[in-house]
Write a new protein. Structure first.
Ligand SMILES: O=C1O[C@H](COP(=O)(O)O)[C@@H](O)[C@H](O)[C@H]1O
Length: 263
């Protein structure tokens, strides 16, 4: 690995959210300068609630806030369920964030899965890959999409997106979006961005809070043999300093990590 990921940890989840806001707005600014759009992928789980705390508050005077009308929101992973199902990552983001965005803040363009293909997981993944291609691959020569920012969670087993420890999908080198039929965490059928797509993004942020994440974060951030081989560890190894971890203190209690930063 080249340079190490950054670790930003704060006493409370509210402070995590406030600093995550600063970071996301810096990513937005860079993206708007690059191509007048902000293309991101978001995860499910505990992330959408923290995102809402981060984005739907009044910022500092000099902070012009999220320009949602320029945002293109894709999903880092999705479960093969209807969009209004309680397991749907889209459904969760809609309930926690999208439905709460005041009209005057603008409307993001959101890219959910195509529910016509719910019963055929590979087809669902292929169709989602086509959605990414339409947005990212204006030229045939594009090998991988480059998201401006990918926002990730870290499961207590070290999984991220729907990439699980020891799973063969961790070796997927060609597809942008892959199907998984045997997720160890329910529901079993899902689609996920692949590791090369995640690590190719301009910036990658993990958000992990709560004492329940302490043991796994110790392995991942201290990068012992097991930690380096976990999906989150593989992202750290491949993407290095492009990666930032946002945690509360409870999640990193006792973790020895050399590169703690301040935003
Ligand atoms: O199943 C999933 O879990 C991960 C981690 O969730 P968390 O609640 O531990 O933050 C999540 O990032 C992923 O999108 C989701 O499908």
């Amino acid at each position: 690995m080249g340079k190490q990921p950054n670790l930003y940890s704060f006493p409370t989840v509210d402070e995590v959210a406030a600093h995550l806001r600063t970071y996301i707005l810096a990513c937005q600014k860079a993206a708007l300068l690059r191509h007048d759009a902000f293309k991101i992928a978001v995860s499910g789980g505990s992330l959408p609630a923290t995102l809402t705390k981060a984005l739907l508050v009044a910022g500092e005077d000099e902070d012009s806030g999220p320009q949602f009308s320029k945002w293109h929101i894709f999903f880092a992973d999705e479960r093969a369920v209807p969009l209004d199902h309680e397991d749907s990552n889209y459904g969760l983001l809609k309930k926690d964030l999208l439905d709460k965005i005041p009209e005057e803040m603008g409307k993001p363009q959101v890219y959910p899965i195509d529910i016509k293909y719910l019963n055929e997981t590979q087809e669902l993944a292929d169709k989602y890959q086509e959605v990414l291609m339409a947005s990212f691959a204006q030229k045939d020569s594009v090998r991988l999409p480059v998201f401006d920012l990918i926002l990730l969670g870290c499961g207590p087993d070290g999984h991220t997106c729907s990439l699980f420890p020891g799973h063969e999908l961790l070796r997927e080198a060609d597809a942008w979006v892959a199907a998984i039929e045997d997720s160890p965490k329910p529901p079993p059928r899902r689609i996920t961005l692949t590791l090369p797509v995640v690590t190719h993004a301009h910036k990658i942020a993990f958000v992990a809070t709560g004492g329940g994440k302490k043991e796994i974060l110790k392995k991942i951030l201290e990068a012992d043999d097991e930690g380096r081989s976990l999906p989150c560890g593989l992202v750290n190894e491949a993407a290095g300093e492009k990666v930032s971890w946002f945690t509360d203190r409870a999640a990193v209690e006792g973790v020895a990590f050399p590169r703690r930063g301040s935003l």
